[in-house]
Design a protein around this ligand. Structure first.
Ligand SMILES: Cc1cc2nc3c(=O)[nH]c(=O)nc-3n(C[C@H](O)[C@H](O)[C@H](O)COP(=O)(O)O)c2cc1C
Length: 181
């Protein structure tokens, strides 16, 4: 499955899509570390690197995150061998106030992570539909963390199953014209 454009674009970008069908095969630790390392190569405002990842690999840790999900999502996500909670540090060591760019930079880091996953033959699906307010309220961290998503990560299920999936269409490039008021 591959989106077709009239331009040559990195294979990983063209082939990636959010699957709902994971194989239960474990994720290799070296691969997982490489994906997280790839995420840290993202640019960030003032090089704050505000992204934070909580990696859930054990049934107990995965269950802790799944507790906050909707039943429909839980059903397919529970198959993924790894869940990664995507969070960002809102504190700012540069000006001592808050980091306006935390969400922007964490989004970029997750983009890098998913492309490295794709390159290594893994698939991902980020979800935002979980109770992040409750989750944030019930866990403590040494930093002021905002929570953005939970990424399911694993090998794709058998091709006979994933063949049912389709890549989502893309809109045309939204270039805007700026005019003075
Ligand atoms: C921050 C974020 C939150 C998302 N939340 C959900 C979600 O709650 N449930 C879901 O099924 N997919 C979710 N997705 C996946 C998107 O629906 C998906 O990325 C989009 O439809 C484009 O499809 P593609 O990733 O296959 O290209 C989310 C993606 C992102 C980046």
């Amino acid at each position: 499955m591959r989106r077709v454009l009239d331009q040559e674009i990195m294979n990983e970008m063209m082939e990636r899509y959010s699957t709902m069908y994971f194989s239960e095969e474990p994720v290799d630790d070296a691969d997982l570390n490489a994906m997280l390392l790839a995420a840290t190569q993202a640019p960030s405002a003032y090089n704050e690197q505000p992204w934070r990842f909580f990696v859930a690999k054990t049934p107990q840790d995965k269950e802790m995150l799944m507790e906050y999900m909707l039943p429909g999502e839980k059903e397919w996500i529970s198959k993924a061998p790894v869940l990664i909670l995507l969070a960002g540090n809102m504190g700012d060591t540069h000006n001592g106030l808050y980091n306006y760019w935390t969400a922007f930079d964490t989004g970029c880091a997750w983009g890098y992570l998913t492309l490295e996953a794709q390159r290594r033959g893994y698939v991902t699906h980020c979800i935002g539909s979980f109770d992040r307010v409750d989750l944030r309220g019930e866990f403590q961290a040494s930093e002021d963390l905002e929570i953005y998503g939970i990424v399911a990560l694993g090998r794709p299920a058998d091709a006979s199953v994933t063949a049912k999936e389709k890549q989502m269409p893309r809109k045309t490039v939204n270039a805007v014209q700026l005019r003075r008021r």
